[in-house]
Design a protein around this ligand. Structure first.
Ligand code: 8X3
Length: 251
């Protein structure tokens, strides 16, 4: 019944943050790993630290042709970690950048849909497929000025739940991982490279690390084959909800 850490795991958005940490842990656990991201040079640097079966491929999940070519280059896949995504901007619904909202929808929602569709043949053929979708607390809760990201992550969570239902009867289990605040490039990307704003996001509190999330992902995909971990919500000790964060007063 045990779900061995064997076979190939594919990680999207593997060039940094949760994706890179997950690739490291999957490789250390015994999986051969395929890394996909737009920044190929970063993947190649990471691959040097991983096992000999590591594969690096350029991937843009917002581009259907890129996802199709990526999946065609990976003949077998037991575990698919849909991690690529992110937030752009923080503004009221009535003041949004439509371009940002479209990009968030493409990456966080359509990216998951495209990757799940493209890898379903390999996952099914493996006899023990696992799909992990990295969403966010923003997939279940809302916050002021976060509408574009929270709407996209809510959609990603719904797509994940729907996939789990639609794949009943197939040897593919579906897990959602919903972290709160994690110190990665997330805020730097959200604020278009504004380091001060990005740093202030975590001021006075200790967020999760990417490796905290990676550990949960690896645990979920190594459960016995009769067990589906449907969803894991992760917060740092300082966070209680998408809106409630305890910050130490500055000295
Ligand atoms: C990131 C968490 O709270 O910044 O997915 O939206 S949050």
């Amino acid at each position: 019944m045990s779900s061995e850490a064997t076979g190939r795991a594919v990680v999207t958005g593997a060039s940094s943050g949760i994706g890179a940490a997950t690739a490291r842990r999957l490789s250390a656990t015994g999986f051969a790993v395929t890394l996909g991201a737009r920044r190929l040079e970063r993947l190649e640097a990471l691959a040097k630290d991983l096992g000999s079966g590591t594969q690096t491929l350029r991937l843009d999940v917002t581009d259907e042709a890129s996802v199709t070519a990526f999946a065609a280059a990976v003949p077998s896949c037991e575990v698919l970690v849909c991690n690529a995504g992110g937030a752009l901007g923080l503004e009221p619904v009535t003041e949004i950048s439509e371009d940002y909202w479209r990009q968030m929808w493409e990456a966080n929602v359509m990216g998951v849909v495209r990757c799940a569709r493209a890898f379903l043949p390999q996952l099914t053929a493996s006899g023990n497929g696992r799909i992990v979708v990295v969403t966010s607390v923003a997939g279940h809760q809302i916050y002021i000025n976060g509408g574009g990201y929270t709407a996209a992550k809510h959609a990603a969570a719904v797509v994940t739940d729907t996939l789990r239902l639609e794949l009943l009867g197939k040897p593919v289990r579906v897990t959602e991982i919903a972290p709160g605040m994690v110190e990665t490039e997330f805020s730097l990307v959200r604020f278009a490279g504004d380091e001060e704003r990005a740093t202030n996001t975590y001021k006075g509190m200790t967020p999760l690390t990417a490796d905290n999330v990676a550990e949960a992902i690896v645990w979920a995909v190594t459960r016995p084959t009769n067990v589906t971990i449907a969803r894991i919500d992760l917060f740092s000790r300082a966070q209680g909800s998408a809106r409630d964060v305890y910050r130490e007063p500055s000295s």
